[in-house]
Design a protein around this ligand. Sequence first.
Ligand code: ADP
Ligand code: MG
Length: 605
Amino acid sequence: MPDIIELLPDNIANQIAAGEVIQRPASAVKELLENAVDADATHIQLIVADAGKSLVQVIDNGKGMSETDARLSFERHATSKIKNIDDLFHIRTMGFRGEALASIAAVAQVELKTKRGEDKLGVLLHIENSVVTRQEPCAAPDGTNISMKNLFFNVPARRNFLKSNAAEMRHIIEEFIRVAMAFPKIFFSLVQNGQEVFHLDPGSHKQRIIQLLGNHYSSKLVTVKEETDYMNIYGFAGKPDSAKKTRGDQYLFVNNRFIKSPYLNHAVMSAYQDMISKDSFPLYVLYIDLDPSIVDINVHPTKQEIKFEDEKIMYAFVQAAIKHALAQFSISPSLDFSLNADIQQLDAVNKPFNIEKQQQAASSGIYQDFTKKNQAHFIPPDNNLKNWKDFYIPATSPQTPQQILPLQQEGKKILTEIPFIQLHQAYILAVRENGFILVNQQLAHERILYEKFTSFSKEKKAAIQQSLFPQTIHLTPDDALLLETLLPDLQELGYQIEQFGKHAYLIQGTPADIPVNNDKNILEILLDQFKHAQASVELNAREKLIRSLARQHAVKTGDTLTQKEMLVLIQSLFECDTPGFTPSGTPVFLEFRKDYIDKMFEKKS
Ligand code: ADP
Ligand code: MG
């Protein structure tokens, strides 16, 4: 047998290694911007075309490179930033692994023009597939001008993994914001397909944050500032009343590097405890500076995760700094989350479920039946259950409608004589001749709205209800970009949304016949879901939109429903094509058939 191991050719090895560093155009944006920052540039321009797929270009006025350095910079592990392993723990630069340019040159066509202040002429280099195809002296301004063209031109499989231009552009803007936010003293601009999206003059941290996130934030921020021997923290935290339903604007920088840290995020959130509701997120932009020797930034190829020598101190410090900032501005807890008295009285809350009770419950017949596998006491929802009118309970007095759900359209008979029982403000118990069903109110409504929204199309647009007091939503540039792409579909579904200044929109009208809701919130959540949607189930944008709207507009667990509302809900549910399941496949109701229930109470002989 011959030996079988071979060394990979350099260009293939480089392409494989590049996978860690360059995943999409935005990764190149991050690396090239960071290189410009490391070169002490004060003026950095980012130019992209085709969401970076055909061009990512960064022009800086930094220190430039000599001819030899320019050649070397594209070699793997070529860096001017560390010389030995000790340096790794004193890093003040953004880069240090010497991989970015080598990776980019392995998977794209690169053009570099660079000149140092002390040199008369600069150098021009063309590289593709890790091979230099052109090198010559050239006239150039001081600094570096580097273009990455046709990313993954030589790795079609990876090119196919790129997302839509809108999605890739969002990633680019995200990376741009992270770098620009860390260095407010540097001028940054971003030009996309010939249009200037950002133009950021040098200024203070606060000015930069407002340039990036929007003017409306200026009155919503409190300053965070603590200095100790161990570390400093500086930045801004949103006042509790400006917390949003989406996670969006939370930025944490350690030694000017944007990092993701669920642990420190938790520290911030805990400082807000009892000031904001559990499902909302405060804005924050925090800059932590500490001795580089007590953090390890070399734990992740793109350096977004780092390790602290002492995590607990970090947690306590961040939490205390935020608490202090919020207290200083005399923002006191405004929401009360204590349980209401009725609930507190309940045994289940009062008396712990102890071992003795557990054993009692386990030995009772019902419990045993319920836990027997394949026992036929639970029947999964039956999609053909259309004869809901079998409900047969006599009339009670109708209650005043609360308008949580729109009542039935004219012309349809409302069967007010059937009472329903709402349980735990979550379920509707509806009795039928041959048993009863337990309907999850929120999921049922989600199904109803889903089918309603689905029925709209270009030809049959939803009716729009004009808003008397149109709400304004201010968006970050990337959210605005995303919203733009969704506008045509939103219009069909009954949303009339108009641009109102840069990155701001007016909600002029909302879908008629759909429960009135906080549409500003709904749109914010919608954008957030789009951004963080798992790519595993690839749904088209319209389907995602409809599902999200149905979910947002649905009555919620916790809403009290009147008899009339429950009736309309049940009636509409069984007029659906698929009443048994939500669009994502969760059962909407459980059916309990009387004969099975009878069986469960039969004496065991
Ligand atoms: P790293 O940043 O980790 O050192 P890179 O591959 O990003 O690795 O860059 C390699 C080297 O090329 C850098 O160490 C730096 O010396 C040089 N370099 C890259 N970009 C620039 C630039 N815009 N201006 C000056 N030097 C640069
Ligand atoms: Mg670098």
